[in-house]
Design a protein around this ligand. Sequence first.
Ligand code: NAD
Length: 478
Amino acid sequence: MCTYHEIFKGRFVGLRIGGAHIDTPARRPVINPATGEAFASVPLAAPEHLESAVAAARGAFPAWRALSWAERQELLERLAGRMEQARDELADLLTLEQGKPRHSAAADEVGYAIGWLREVARRRLADQVLEDAPRHRVDKSYVPLGVAGLIVPWNFPLCLAAWKFAPALITGNTVILKPSPYTPLTALRLAELAEGVLPPGVFTVLTGDDELGRWMVEHPGIAKISFTGSAATGQRVMAGAATGLKRVTLELGGNDPAIVLPDADLDAVVPKLFWGAFGNSGQWCVGIKRLYVHDDLYPQLLDALAAYARGVRMGDGMDAASQLGPLQNVRQYEKVRGLLADCVAHGQRFALGGEAVPGPGYFVPVTIVDNPPDDSRVVVEEAFGPVLPVLRYRDFDDVVRRANDTGYGLGASIWGRDTAFAQALAGRLEAGTVWINEVYVHGVDFPFGGHKLSGLGVEHGTEGLAAYANLKIVMSAR
Ligand code: NAD
């Protein structure tokens, strides 16, 4: 296990722009959420650094797009190899900056990002002949857009970055990646690993404040923004990208319902429901955020879920015994505490938890709220923390209506033995992905995106790759 200082010891921890190493006059502290203490600092990019990065990325674009898919794949494969060698360091950094447990969630995320990069690098967008007649031929092809600006949040810093830079690069774009101001270190380490593998300017990481994201969205030299974050920021991104008609992909928040059917196998579903709701301490977009349980099962399920939760240990992610970490930042910690205070103020009952743990660190215990009203804040808002409202239902039409009664439409899940019935119900849920007897499963070939306020466009699959290209049609008379 290393500390930040050991990982970067004696090495440059600044910006790498077009092959140059640049330090910024201003730096920003990085806080360890398990202690609340600053343990590192990173460059705070200013507009001139963005200018240099865009110039480098635009300069690198013609040669990068001119490479064959196989040549780009080979370079991305080498980057994945370097990440593999730095696996332990990346996992250490991820835990230090994000808080998730080092030996489970952090190690898994690093491995996942490497595997994702390798898999996406094998994918292709195939050109097509749409018509090949004696007097006329029509060819369809995909052309890369140019510089892609990639903006990611703090809950899965490496995985969500890989979801973006892998497809952007294999399709022939150059990229500028902006990590969350709260979790910049793994991205900076990625930039270091990419140096000497990818040509200068192809993959640039810029660390900075939220403002940097806004400058990227408005920059005329950037052709596309792929953004993952909150719905509120996503709407600002879309407005900012209107000038110049920048392409946008938005992966935003969710308030995903899970519906437990009366025939569900409790022993089998309880652990899955627990990790679906509380994994990553509830800080994920497709986590279960409202759990609807049929009346016939409600008391047993509530007890079983609370009993399971009592056996799960929360603590500093660097402690090998920890299965859940803290909330990632103080803003999120205060927001979740506000939700708990609202539950208390309205006399709602906690089946478990309910009180934030006094410092240090941003710890909120696993909290289960017993059947709060549908219009309570804990049901209506995306908690993005380890707080789950469990809600009773009796009638299927009613539960579908309640599940859909939200501005969000990211994911949903249904749990029960009768899969034909579950599939019929799935057809009625307003969500980009509906899982049956599983949740948060993603795949390189399965498009993922939100309905309603949860997003615009998709990532993954052919559609996700095509989102980094313009379609081009060439028609020839013969
Ligand atoms: P956020 O919207 O505050 O920030 C996300 C990123 O946007 C950060 O890098 C931030 O610096 C940047 N940013 C802030 N203001 C900006 C602006 N005006 N223009 C451009 N960029 C700007 O979100 P967050 O709090 O970091 O992340 C939590 C949210 O992300 C939750 O709502 C969660 O559901 C969502 N999320 C969605 C997905 C998905 O795939 N749909 C995945 C993970 C998280």
